[in-house]
Design a protein around this ligand. Structure first.
Ligand code: PBG
Length: 337
């Protein structure tokens, strides 16, 4: 008589979750999280000049480009179903106060005007409101005797946000992490008749190592010290809820957590605590890691990308700022989604 081996075991199970995983059609029908190109915001770096298009070495596929070239890429982005961009500026001049940030002929102001002229309401143009790309010291507010001046920074961010609004921006996104900037920007916009313009606040923005490649792209690394006196400390999550609560009280319409993948718990808690849309920034370092590992043959690029973006959405973000926007949209289109 044959002895029963482990292979002959037959469990009497009522629940077999695997039943829903076997058939690919059924598997896709029970998917709880589904990405769409409409979820994505594509970050772009604008610089002065004409016909300039220089790849950022640590961000393959991402370029610093002049406005004419950026318009071509916006057209491509739209054709892939990605309908929103966030613009970062690389000015030709930097100074201690970051004056180019609010110059009427500044790079962002020119870029926004050109984008709105070319694409009108087909494209949502979000502008990053910050100073680190515009100051010679690379901090997000003016500096005096080594200290980062909060209130002076807020005053400049208000002017910057207003100049973006005047240029035609659809949404302004303050990313500086100065205290009180959302309320102050809201008041300045309202005073100037832009009460309809939404604010996407970088509310829980951590002092992260994952911004490294962005600082190459935007030439915005601090020239002394670091950003830890204004960006959040990575161990803190309760504090993120406080930052988000303050921004909502001050008038933020959408709140953002940044970076995304190392802070999925924060995204989830913000989503469960507040009744406003949550955005997440899948930042430069998160992008660079996947690109680098894929180049080395250590990761499957497309699978790692989709898994990352799906996780960010599953955690609770409905708006995903990501350098993968075009790659992911192309993949979704090829899959017939
Ligand atoms: C600051 C800003 C940064 C990013 C977006 N806005 C950099 C920083 O705080 O140093 C980082 C985005 C990324 O890494 O992709 N204005």
């Amino acid at each position: 008589m044959a002895k029963s081996t482990t292979y002959d075991v037959r469990l009497e199970l009522v629940h077999r979750p695997r039943r829903l995983r076997e058939n690919p059609i059924l598997r896709s029908m029970v998917e709880e999280t589904r990405l769409s190109p409409r979820d994505f915001v594509y970050p772009m770096f604008l610089c002065e000049g004409r016909k300039v298009r220089a790849e950022v070495p640590s961000m393959p596929g991402i370029y610093r480009q002049s406005v004419d070239k950026a318009l071509e890429e916006m057209e491509e982005t739209l054709s892939l179903g990605v309908r929103a961009v966030i613009l970062f500026g690389i000015p030709s001049r930097k100074d201690p106060l970051g004056k180019e940030a609010y110059a009427p002929q500044g790079i962002i102001q020119k870029g926004v005007r050109a984008a709105k002229k070319a694409f009108g309401s087909d494209l949502l143009v979000i502008t990053d409101v910050c100073l680190c790309e515009y100051t010679d010291h690379g901090h997000c507010a003016p500096v005096s005797e080594g200290r980062i001046l909060n209130d002076a920074g807020v005053a400049i961010h208000c002017k910057t946000a207003l100049s973006h609004a005047e240029a035609g921006a659809d949404v302004v996104a303050p990313s500086d992490m100065m205290d009180g900037r959302v309320g102050a920007i809201r008041a300045s916009l309202d005073d100037a008749g832009f009460e309809h313009l939404p604010i996407l606040a970088y509310s829980a923005k951590y002092a992260s190592a994952f911004y490294g490649p962005f600082r190459d792209a935007a030439d915005s690394a601090p020239q002394f010290g670091d950003r830890r006196s204004y960006q959040m400390d990575p161990p803190n999550a309760e504090e993120a809820l406080k930052e988000v609560a303050l921004d909502i009280e001050e008038g933020a319409d959408i709140v953002m957590v940044k970076p995304a993948l190392p802070y999925l718990d924060v995204i989830r808690r913000v989503k469960e605590t507040f009744q406003v849309p949550v955005a997440a920034y899948n930042v430069s370092g998160e992008y660079a890691m996947v690109k680098a590992a894929a180049r080395l043959g250590w990761l499957d690029h497309d699978r790692a990308m989709m898994e990352s973006l799906t996780a960010i959405k599953r955690a609770g973000a409905s708006i995903l700022l990501t350098y993968f926007a075009k790659d992911a949209a192309r993949l979704l289109r090829n899959q017939g989604v």
